[in-house]
Design a protein around this ligand. Structure first.
Ligand code: NAD
Length: 334
């Protein structure tokens, strides 16, 4: 074992280092709301770890960051166990990777004809809102996907989040999911007001940092907003498509992103991805890609999940653009 060990030992040491770097970045990003890596650097580490684990499945472990979502909740905040896990999304970075995703789904359901819902991938933090008899009783972050943090008091301060559901069809119990985000203008204004030591790197971190506050009055002052995009579970109601889910969420009184669109084949999906890659800079909030979801909920159910991602959805991610911000002399992603 000269040169510090065999090839296998070197690979194991390399994997251990990658996992440590990713876990540390997760902690800074999800718990401290203060990333130490750019998203591009983080994604590079993750892609490398995924590649090695794919080529050496014997080295994969259930604790690996490739197998779980985010990071666990902090200890001094009440915890909420999600009745239905909050997952992440697999990524596609090219048309080919999108086609590969579609082929995998079609191989599982060879007789199915898919249609798709295309949505903007809002760069904020995921939130699960529980309503009992139409009243908001819980607002919880994703955490590690199984257990999140209870931020109900802070969530109540966000104007676009319904405290009471509207409309004719109010289920006895429902969990609405969506993204809390901070508009770009509010982010810039906030950074101008904060002292140098507390600047946020981007609107996503500003949204998470503003929600995760001990004093709800601070959250209330931060101009956070919300788009609904999913139902975690619903009691006593049958919904058959994701498109209908979005209409229901809208009827209940939540903002649903106005740019959601149905697509009937992958050409239409690609046209949507290409359009928003150019037009995203005109939006008043940041997006880091597009989310494509198979529309039929029965298909979603049959496709299920793999590790930390549903098989029925994919995030088409745009290449990060690195800029030097005016306020922070560091490189951040937009
Ligand atoms: P993700 O952000 O790639 O995708 C999943 C998330 O997308 C969901 O949880 C939800 O919050 C969000 N989303 C936005 N719009 C949506 C929509 N319309 N429908 C469904 N979901 C929608 O995955 P992730 O696991 O949350 O985070 C991983 C990413 O976070 C990395 O790729 C990286 O970009 C970033 N990250 C960066 C660092 C860092 O140090 N810079 C550290 C950790 C994570």
């Amino acid at each position: 074992l000269q040169d510090g060990g065999s090839e296998e030992e070197k690979l194991e040491a390399h994997i251990a280092k990658l996992r440590h770097q990713i876990e540390e970045a997760n902690y800074q990003y999800y718990i401290n709301d203060n990333p130490v890596l750019t998203d591009a650097e983080y994604d590079q580490l993750m892609i490398e770890l995924q590649r090695i684990e794919h080529d050496h499945p014997e080295l994969q472990t259930p604790e690996s960051p490739t197998q779980h979502v985010g990071t666990g909740p902090v200890q001094d905040v009440s915890q909420h166990r999600h009745p239905v896990p909050m997952l992440s999304l697999a990524n596609a970075r090219s048309e080919q990777e999108l086609l590969d995703w579609h082929r995998r789904a079609q191989n599982i359901l060879p007789n199915a004809t898919f249609s798709y819902v295309c949505e903007l991938k809002i760069d904020g933090l995921a939130m699960a809102l529980t309503y009992e008899q139409g009243r908001l009783v819980m607002g919880a972050s994703r955490g590690d996907g199984l257990v999140g943090e209870d931020w109900t008091a802070n969530v109540r301060t966000i104007h676009t989040i319904a405290k009471k559901l509207r409309g004719k069809q109010i289920p006895s119990r429902v969990e609405v999911r969506g993204e809390i985000y901070m508009p770009i203008q509010s982010f810039e204004k906030l950074n101008e007001e904060l002292t140098d030591t507390h600047l946020f790197a981007n609107p996503r971190n500003a949204a998470a940092g503003s929600l995760r506050q001990k004093d709800p009055r601070v959250t209330a002052s931060r101009n956070l907003s919300f788009f609904g995009y999913q139902i975690g579970y619903v009691e006593g109601m049958r919904i058959t498509s994701h498109w209908d889910t979005l209409q229901l969420i809208r009827e209940w009184g939540f903002p649903v992103n106005p740019h959601v669109q149905m697509a009937h084949d992958l050409d239409e999906v690609m046209a949507y991805c290409n359009k928003w890659e150019k037009e995203r800079f005109n939006l008043p909030y940041e997006i880091d890609g597009v989310v494509i979801k198979i529309n039929d909920l029965a298909h979603q159910e049959e496709l299920g999940t793999v590790a930390r991602d549903p098989r029925w959805a994919i995030a088409f991610k745009y290449p990060p653009i690195q800029v030097a911000t005016r306020l922070l002399d560091i490189r951040v992603n937009v």
